[in-house]
Structures are given as structure tokens and as C-alpha cells.
Design a protein around this ligand. Structure first.
Ligand code: HEC
Ligand code: HEC
Ligand code: HEC
Length: 424
């Protein structure tokens, strides 16, 4: 048996193991440094470039109120349920338009992009909702969106939705900044965000979607034609039941369960939701209203509902107006007098044919009523002439004699074009 001395056993391996600690150390630290540079430093530099290059020079910074509102937004945990980033995915782009570019949030430290969408993305919220809608929604979300799981924030108010505290006003100011820079930059060719080296097919799909007409389904607009299919489908009986359900789910919070305009949300809104029982609407007129919303009021656009749903709602809303008790037509002498009163008082806003497009009317939001598409009851016209419509450009007319009011009401009702007379 050969005796092995301790020296012999160790001499060769000692060479290896002695260095192994060093090797592992260098490899470990080296790997860490490499990852740090590859995953932290390099993307940071690339991002800084992206942020710097396409932003417009005059991108507005936050005002003091907006900055305070941003803090309210952060402290109330809004970012736990809402993202502020439109992703490079067709589903996102279809709904909100161009994807969020890095420069859009260049004043946001820390950013509030969020990771969860229990509520919708808010990156393009600016001008989608009117201020009275936003405040009523914060006060009690379920009033304007029945069934919403968003919590209410009543302590931001002085007991009523139209009495916001300073914190609520600041928060509103902040909400109005979301997407503002993108909107301002849109005309200046600023959005270079699509230049990302992504899959060309997907890029093409997204670019097409960005130009699509249904960007941001909820933004109220003034003029855009509703799909003809809505009008063609409306009026069929099976749609009535569907329309009634849809009305309860989407409209009753503002317009009231019976459509009389006294929904729970009405107290905080100006102008108030319309009483849908006092005015007869043409199919074409209703399709137009639902497709566009009423810009300048809390009445949202409903472009995100299907054509069938829009047709159902049209059918149902028309049923709310009871068969008219007004006389078919006033005597010619009264109508002639009404036409004269109209020409000297109403024409500048409501237009020569009553289409709501008089020269002064085009400057107003909400736009003046289009009497070819809606026929208010006589009592409604008299009420409007006595009280005006607060929150809109429609003034009261204390100077008109009762007989003048009756005459102009009768005249206004003759401007209405029933379904048969309408050009599609
Ligand atoms: C528990 C989750 C949750 C929290 C917290 C939350 N929201 Fe919401 N939010 C929702 C949901 C769900 C909706 C969609 C239904 C609705 O409109 O009420 C929504 C809708 C909205 C909308 C309407 C978007 C649109 O145009 O349709 C706005 C604006 C909004 N939230 C702002 C806020 C603000 C500001 C805060 C913080 C004060 C907040 N939310 C906190 C869940 C939440
Ligand atoms: C957030 C509250 C709100 C909701 C929800 C709402 N509306 Fe309105 N709506 C209004 C307000 C406010 C007006 C009054 C606008 C004005 O005076 O110009 C209005 C006006 C209207 C008008 C008359 C428009 C005009 O030009 O005279 C119709 C028709 C109408 N709404 C139908 C609906 C239907 C149908 C729904 C549900 C799909 C609905 N609204 C949901 C607030 C709302
Ligand atoms: C300064 C512009 C202006 C003038 C002048 C004007 N209106 Fe209006 N009118 C409006 C606006 C704006 C609305 C829409 C308010 C709304 O959307 O709620 C309106 C709405 C109405 C309505 C409500 C229709 C409905 O069913 O809801 C009636 C009725 C009406 N006007 C009658 C008249 C008559 C009659 C005159 C003339 C004596 C007149 N208006 C003059 C701006 C004007």
C-alpha cells in the first residue's frame, strides 16, 4: 500500500479551487454589471432619446392647479384601477387612437401609467366628457353609469355634485390634461410613436386603425353622419324590448326611468338632461344624436354601441313621446305671424329652414335645436320661451307677448319633417 501524504493529495486540486472563488466572484459581478448596463442603462439612454426627439417644442407644462390635481389623483389611488397608456395593440388603438408615446409623459415624475384596468384607460380622457359629467361621475359614478364599480368620492364635494371643493376642481383640471399634448401635437406631425421597428403587418394594421373614424367612441362631436343601417333597422317591433333594457342601463341615470329628464344625475348637470316625452324625434335625428352625443353637454356619444343597439334605443325613445295632443295645423294667419316672429328673433340661431345652423348658432355649443329633426310640443316651446334653457345659448324671451309665443310655437312645429319627407 502506498502511503499518500497530505501534500500529495492537495497539490494538484489546490490550483483549481483556489482560483474558483475568484472566478465565481468575477463572473457574478461581471454578469450583474452586464445586466445592469443592458437592461437598465442602455434602454434608459434610448428612452431619453425617444422622449427628447418627437415632442413638440411648446408642449404645455402643468399649471399649479393641474399639478395639485395630479397629486389628488395619485393619493386617491385612481391609478390602481386606471392605466394611462394606450398600448401598441389593435384592441387598444381601435378604442383610443394612437398609442402613447414616451414624450407624452415627459413631465410625469413619478409616472402614473398604472398596470391594471378595472376601469378604462384614461390617457386620452381630455374632452371626452364634459366637466359636469366628470364632477357628477366623481360624486356618484352610478348616477351617470348605472352598475359602475368605481367608488364614489363624495368628500371631494360640498354636499352636491355641482359644488366641488378645491381638491375636486384640481382633479378635474388634471383629468383635462390627459392626452392634451397628443391632441395639440396631432396637427403638427408630432406623433412619431409608430416608428418602432415593430412587425410591419401589425404596424400597418395599427396605422390604419389610427386613421379610422371611430377613434375614441365616446367623444361628443357636432357633425358626423350615423351609419344608415341604424335608420334602416329602427322601428321594428322586437327592438322595443331591447331598447327598453338598454335605456334602463344607459340612459335612466340622467333622463329618469320614464324619460322625463329627472334622473338622479340631473341635479349636478347643466344643461339638464332633456325631457324626452315632450318632443317628438325623427329617426334620422335620433340616430344622429346618439351617434354624435350633444357636444357642450353631459350627453355622451354612443358610438361604441352596436348598430342594432342604436336602432333599438331609437325605437324606444320615439315611443316615450305620447301621441301628440297638439292641433294638426294652426290657421294660416297665425302661422304667417309666427313666421315673422321667427324671422326676426329665432332665425339667426335656428336657421332659415330651422335646421339649427343659423350664423350665430354655429358659434354655440350645444348647437341650437334642429326643428326639422325634432318637434317640441307647444307647451314645451312656451316653457322654453319663458325660461330659456340654462346652461345653453337659448335665452328666455320676456319681451314676446303670449300671442307671439303661441304663434311662433305653431310655426316652429311646421318645420318638422316626418320620416316620409326626409332625404335619407
Ligand atoms: C375600484 C376601481 C376604480 C377606482 C379606484 C377608480 N375608478 Fe374610475 N372607473 C372605474 C370603472 C370600473 C369605470 C368604468 C365605469 C364608469 O364609467 O363609471 C371608471 C370610469 C372612470 C372615468 C370615465 C372614463 C370614460 O371616459 O368613460 C373616469 C374619468 C374615471 N373613472 C376617473 C377616476 C378617478 C379620477 C379616480 C380616482 C379619484 C378613479 N377613477 C378611481 C373604476 C375605478
Ligand atoms: C350623463 C347623463 C346622460 C346620459 C347617460 C344620457 N343623456 Fe341624453 N342628454 C343628457 C343631457 C344633459 C341632454 C341635454 C342636452 C341639451 O340640452 O342640449 C341630453 C339630451 C338628449 C337628447 C336630446 C338631444 C337634443 O339635441 O335635443 C336625446 C334624444 C337623448 N339625450 C337621449 C339619450 C339616450 C337614448 C341615452 C342613453 C343611451 C342618453 N340620452 C343618455 C344627458 C345624458
Ligand atoms: C342665441 C341663439 C338662439 C336664439 C336667438 C334662439 N334660440 Fe332656441 N335654442 C338655442 C339653443 C342653443 C338651443 C339648444 C339648447 C339645448 O340643446 O338644450 C335652443 C333650443 C330651443 C328649443 C328646445 C327644443 C327642444 O325640443 O328641446 C326651442 C323650443 C327653441 N330653441 C325655440 C326658439 C324660438 C322660438 C326662438 C325665437 C323666439 C329661439 N329659440 C331663439 C339657441 C337660440
Amino acid at each position: 500500500m502506498v502511503e499518500i501524504t497530505p501534500d500529495q493529495t492537495r497539490s494538484a486540486p489546490r490550483h483549481w479551487y483556489g482560483l474558483a472563488y475568484l472566478l465565481v466572484f468575477v463572473a457574478g459581478v461581471g454578469f450583474f454589471l452586464l445586466s445592469f448596463i443592458a437592461l437598465g442603462v442602455l434602454p434608459g439612454l434610448r428612452l431619453a432619446d425617444t422622449i427628447a426627439s418627437p415632442a413638440q417644442a411648446d408642449m404645455p407644462d402643468y399649471t399649479a392647479a393641474e399639478l395639485r390635481g395630479r397629486r389628488v389623483y395619485a393619493s386617491l389611488g385612481c391609478a390602481l384601477c386606471h392605466t394611462q397608456q394606450v398600448r401598441f395593440l389593435p384592441v387598444d388603438v381601435r378604442r383610443w387612437g394612437a398609442p402613447t408615446a414616451a414624450w407624452e409623459t415627459r413631465y410625469d415624475f413619478p409616472q402614473l401609467w398604472g398596470t391594471r384596468r378595472i376601469g378604462p384607460d384614461l390617457a386620452r380622457e381630455t374632452s371626452v366628457r364634459s366637466d359636469d359629467w366628470q364632477l357628477t361621475h366623481l360624486y356618484k359614478p352610478q348616477w351617470v353609469v348605472p352598475g359602475s364599480v368605481m367608488p364614489a368620492f363624495p368628500w371631494l364635494f360640498d354636499g352636491r355634485a355641482d359644488r366641488p371643493t378645491a381638491a375636486a376642481s384640481d382633479l378635474l383640471a388634471y383629468l383635462r390634461t390627459l392626452g392634451r399634448a397628443q391632441q395639440l401635437g396631432a396637427g403638427k406631425g408630432v406623433n412619431a410613436s409608430l416608428d418602432t421597428g415593430m412587425d410591419p403587418v401589425m404596424l400597418m394594421e395599427i396605422t390604419n386603425l389610427c386613421a379610422a373614424p371611430f377613434i375614441n367612441p365616446n367623444q361628443a362631436r357636432v357633425d358626423d353622419s350615423a351609419p344608415d343601417r341604424v335608420q334602416a333597422a329602427a322601428g321594428r317591433d322586437p327592438l322595443f324590448a331591447r331598447g327598453s333594457t338598454l335605456f334602463a342601463q344607459n340612459c335612466a341615470g340622467c333622463h329618469g326611468a320614464t324619460g322625463d329628464g329627472n334622473g338622479l344625475a340631473a341635479s349636478g348637470l347643466s344643461p339638464k338632461p332633456k325631457n324626452l316625452r315632450q318632443t317628438q324625434f325623427s329617426t334620422q335625428g335620433l340616430a344622429h344624436i346618439l351617434w354624435n352625443g350633444v357636444a357642450g353637454s353631459a350627453m355622451p356619444a354612443w358610438r361604441d354601441l352596436s348598430t342594432l343597439d342604436l336602432a333599438s334605443l331609437t325605437t324606444y325613445v320615439q315611443s316615450l313621446h305620447p301621441a301628440s295632443v297638439d292641433p294638426a295645423q294652426a290657421p294660416a294667419s297665425i302661422l304667417a305671424h309666427g313666421a315673422a316672429v321667427y324671422a326676426s328673433n329665432c332665425l339667426s340661431c335656428h336657421g332659415a329652414q330651422g335646421q339649427g345652423n343659423g350664423p350665430v348658432g354655429l358659434l354655440l355649443l350645444p348647437r341650437p335645436a334642429n326643428f326639422t329633426a325634432m318637434q317640441p310640443d307647444t307647451t314645451r316651446v312656451i316653457q322654453v320661451l319663458n325660461e330659456g334653457i340654462p346652461g345653453t345659448g337659448m335665452p328666455p324671451w320676456p319681451g314676446l307677448a303670449p300671442a307671439d309665443k303661441q304663434a311662433v310655437a305653431a310655426f316652429v312645429r311646421t318645420l318638422y319633417k316626418s320620416k316620409a319627407e326626409q332625404t335619407p
